[in-house]
Design a protein around this ligand. Structure first.
Ligand code: UD1
Ligand code: CA
Length: 448
């Protein structure tokens, strides 16, 4: 998309009282990504000149979350018009269009915002383009009052509306694109003489009309413009997000055995001919190559899985892990900050942390990398074609060379040279007949 001479103001200063949370509302997450993060993701492809997020002064976490975008502070929540006014300083050297969006409306589509900008640029040059929607129940929303020509005349808030106005099904989503050359002059004129005693951004439509300018409406489906105001709405938004992601994964050529039990993150990338079994959860930062099989009950985050790998059932991949092409990670295996080489196998009951495993190595059942001594984390390096016997403890930092074999039950405390055999366990002692004698002794004791 071409560079736009427009800036976005994201309103996020509202307290979100109904969430009953210590977190600012926009920091609650859907698919692992904050609500405000979803909004910024949607804005990103527009090529906006600037993004300013309006927050309350105590919202440090939001300021961090939206960086490098700037914030403007609204000390008191005096209304949406006042909130937009708070961003004025941050945009004082900017004269392009102003797009207003809400930080708690995570699903607005980039294409919809683009349609609004296109409408702004149409020959009739509307001063304001408002994004409208038709909810099944529009009560609570501002209503869009159209003139006989179908253009927007004014917006009336639900609380201020009369019966006729409340019967209008076309509601204000809150999203607006405003001609930059008049935006601040319109906002200066706002007052708070209304039912809520707030500075309503929506009143600028009537002002623009008074000035002889046209205002237009672009419509989008209500689902796209759902706001999150409570935990129940957050759960509903999560469900909608998941439904959409499951559909997208299947449409792009993945098989989901039981779609309803697979949970994606906002950035999960799924290749072609991937098969995902039931009860699988993805955290942020997962990339799955083609023809990967993820079996039931896996938890996967921050991991890149190359083509043809098999994961699970019951595997956990933690951040910083890469699984090589055709590698196998089996049941009750936990992998953290580890590169598992192509064709390597860790199939049973294993922990690999801060480890590099070369191609085609076999990690036996119950192998544990002891990567933490209570103070520091250390790395384990296993070469390619190595064989680690079952129930091995590798005390990091330690290296096992290419082609080396480690005997089962070993505790490996120093490096194993390539192609060597390392045995590090107590030698077996056999005492012939000892068990028979032992039993006889026990029986005679009982008779006494
Ligand atoms: C607003 C619209 C209404 C629309 C509805 C859609 C106005 C006057 N009304 O109503 O027409 O149908 O959204 O959901 O604009 N915010 C601030 N500072 C404030 C007030 C709000 O940052 O002082 C932020 C909130 O954090 C939120 C957004 O603005 O993200 C909307 O605020 P909210 O109070 O939900 O607006 P409504 O009164 O519901
Ligand atoms: Ca709201």
């Amino acid at each position: 998309m071409p560079e736009l001479k427009a800036a976005a103001i994201v309103l996020a200063a509202g307290k979100g009282t109904r969430m009953k949370s210590n977190l600012p509302k926009v920091m609650h997450r859907i698919g692992g990504r904050s609500l405000i993060g979803h909004v910024l993701d949607c804005l990103a492809p527009l090529g906006l000149a600037r993004i300013v997020v309006v927050i309350a002064p105590d919202m440090d976490s939001v300021e961090k979350e939206v960086a490098p975008h700037g914030v403007a502070f609204q000390a008191e929540q005096l209304g949406t018009g006042h909130a937009v006014g708070c961003a004025r300083d941050a945009l004082k050297d900017f004269s392009g269009d102003v797009l207003v969006v809400y930080g708690d409306t995570p699903f607005v589509a980039t294409a919809t915002l683009q349609r609004m900008f296109d409408r702004r640029k149409a020959p009739d040059n509307p001063a304001i383009v408002v994004l409208g929607m038709r909810p099944t129940d529009p009560s609570g929303y501002g209503r869009l009052v159209l003139g006989p020509d179908g253009m927007l005349d004014r917006i009336v808030e639900h609380k201020d509306a009369n019966e006729t106005e409340r019967a209008i099904g076309l509601a204000n989503s809150g999203v607006m694109a405003i001609d930059g050359s008049v935006a601040w002059k319109l906002i200066e004129r706002l007052d708070n003489r209304n039912a809520k005693g707030e500075f309503y951004l929506t009143d600028i439509v009537a002002f623009a009309r008074e000035d002889g300018r046209r205002c237009a409406v672009v419509e989008a489906p209500h689902e796209e413009l759902l706001g999150v105001n409570s935990r129940t709405e957050l759960a509903a938004a999560e469900a909608m997000f998941q439904a959409r992601r499951r559909l997208a994964a299947m449409e792009n050529g993945a098989t989901l055995t039981d779609p309803a039990s697979v949970f994606f993150a906002a950035d999960t990338k799924v290749g072609r001919d991937v098969v995902i079994g039931p009860n699988v959860q993805f955290g942020l930062g997962v990339e799955i190559g083609d023809e990967v099989e993820i079996r039931a009950f896996c938890h996967i985050e921050g991991a890149t899985i190359a083509s043809g790998a098999i994961i699970g059932p019951f595997a956990r991949l933690r951040p910083g892990s890469t699984i090589g092409a055709g590698a196998h990670v089996g049941n009750f295996v936990e992998i953290k900050a580890t590169d598992l080489g192509a064709g390597a196998k860790a199939n049973h009951l294993t922990y690999l942390g801060d480890t590099t495993v070369g191609a085609k190595s076999n990690i036996g059942a119950g192998t544990i990398t002891c990567n933490y001594d209570g103070f520091n984390k250390s790395r384990t390096t296993i070469g390619s074609g190595a064989f680690i016997g079952s129930d091995t403890a590798l005390i990091a930092p330690v290296t096992v060379g290419d082609g080396a074999i480690v005997a089962a039950g070993s505790v490996i405390t120093h490096d194993v040279p390539p192609d060597a055999l390392a045995v590090a366990r107590g030698e077996q002692v056999d005492k012939p007949g000892w068990a028979t004698k032992f039993r006889a002794k026990q029986k005679s004791k009982k008779k006494d």
